[in-house]
Design a protein around this ligand. Structure first.
Ligand code: ATP
Ligand code: MG
Length: 407
């Protein structure tokens, strides 16, 4: 079926990437790779970079052959997927048209006017950006002309330059003009793969997936490790963490999930150590195992969901004790350290991990939980307790070697 109306496209506006200097091209390449990877399973799209914007559209062959409904559906799916690509500040559905003013009017008539009508907006304004400086009309002139055109078509609507209910954007670029209504905020951050690799300690709770997401958003590629404690923790807890890994993988390259069983270590802690230190010693064992795994994987850091003061094992003094277990080998990044639980939950809802994290399955930290955990531990005192576990190094080694990649 031939294309009659102007094709619908998606514009991706750079975020922080636009501020990059000499090595910006490296970030752009990663961004393009990621955009291509998320679009590939949906349909055939072309991707074109132009002045801090990526233009995405269905290939000409496809627009010539498929019907408008199908095209709208494919663009809709692409749009949803692109909202999860890091490095993009805004994602905008738009129409492309020729650059002469009559073609721009026609495009506005077909695309923006119905939206203004459907939304029953009382006020609007037009905003124009013109990167083609040789264009015969200036930006304010184009905006004024387009505003006038809309007012003629919709006599009940008013221009409000200061606080319009809807802004109609006209971008006059090198080859075409683009008409849109502003789009939506993108995922922000920096492109996947632009900032090293991290090993996320992923439990089934709310915090750790959000923490992993935060670092992925800065361009870090992730592996994840989940410490289980069978038979105290069951397959459902494992399944929950696997699902969380899958959700994170929608934003970055696939997150490989490693699992290590702490059952024997937990039993040894319980038998040998003072009860109020259980959680901290367990946490230190997790860090030691995670450091070893991270080094084997070539990761640059550990990532945890700790937040200052959230629980006894996350006080300032407790963090010293946990941190010491890494022995300076790798930094432990705690992107949530200064966040309130309510903010963390908001993020969890936004990124899509909330509904999974809320499932009630037992975590290994909730097994043998001390009744009165220490809140201001001294490292020396904790080490004194830890040393009471006979052959802890051997237990750690065995646990590590029995570790697996989750299927
Ligand atoms: P979360 O909501 O992420 O489970 P939490 O508030 O329950 O965190 P803790 O249980 O004290 O906090 O754990 C602190 C951090 O230690 C977690 O955010 C996570 O990074 C890591 N962690 C805790 N338990 C596990 C586990 N079973 N497997 C992997 N990492 C874990
Ligand atoms: Mg937890």
């Amino acid at each position: 079926m031939p294309q009659t109306s102007p094709p619908e496209l998606i514009l991706l506006k750079y975020g922080e990437l636009a501020l990059k200097g000499a090595n910006r091209y490296k970030f752009e390449k990663l961004l393009f790779d990621r955009v291509r990877a998320v679009l590939e399973p949906i349909s055939r799209f072309y991707i074109q970079g132009e002045q801090s914007t990526v233009i995405v559209g269905l290939t000409r062959g496809l627009t010539a052959r498929s019907d408008p409904d199908e095209q709208r559906m494919l663009i809709g799916r692409a749009y949803a997927a692109l909202l999860k690509v890091f490095g993009i500040a805004r994602v905008v559905r738009c129409r492309q048209c020729d650059k002469d003013i009559e073609a721009i009017y026609a495009c506005i008539g077909e695309y923006a006017v119905p939206e203004l009508q459907a939304g029953r907006y009382a006020t609007f304004r037009c905003e124009c950006r013109r990167s083609d400086k040789r264009y015969p009309l200036g930006s304010p002139e184009i905006a004024a002309l387009c505003g006038e055109y809309i007012c003629n078509r919709l006599p009940d609507i008013r221009v409000d330059l200061r606080r319009p209910e809807l802004t109609v954007h006209i971008e006059v670029r090198a080859d075409y003009a683009y008409v849109h209504t502003g789009g939506e905020r993108g995922a922000g951050g920096l492109p996947a793969g632009s900032n090293g690799r991290g090993l996320a300690l992923l439990s089934g709770g709310f915090d750790s997936p959000v923490a992993a997401y935060m670092m992925a958003r800065r361009g870090m590629l992730l592996h994840a490790v989940y410490f289980e404690s069978p038979p105290f923790t069951g397959p459902q807890a494992m399944e929950k963490v696997r699902k969380l890994g899958e959700i994170l993988s929608e934003y970055t390259e696939p997150v490989v999930l490693h699992t290590i069983s702490l059952t024997d270590i937990q039993q040894a802690i319980r038998v040998n150590c003072a009860e109020d230190c259980f959680t901290l010693i367990l946490r230190r064992c997790m860090v030691k195992l995670a450091v070893r795994l991270a080094r084997e994987l070539g990761s640059h850091c550990l990532i945890t969901g700790e937040s200052l003061g959230q629980v006894a094992s996350q006080t300032a003094q407790a963090l010293i004790v946990t941190e010491a277990a890494a022995d300076g080998a790798l930094p432990i990044l705690r992107p949530l350290v200064g966040m309130d639980k309510t903010e963390i939950i908001e993020h969890a809802r936004h990124i899509g991990t909330f509904d999974t994290s809320i499932l009630p399955y037992q975590d290994c930290c909730t097994v043998f939980i001390p009744r009165h955990p220490v809140t201001k531990p001294q490292l020396a005192a904790i080490l004194e307790e830890e040393i009471k576990i006979p052959d802890l190094d051997i237990l750690l080694d065995e646990a590590y070697k029995a570790g697996k990649i989750a299927e």
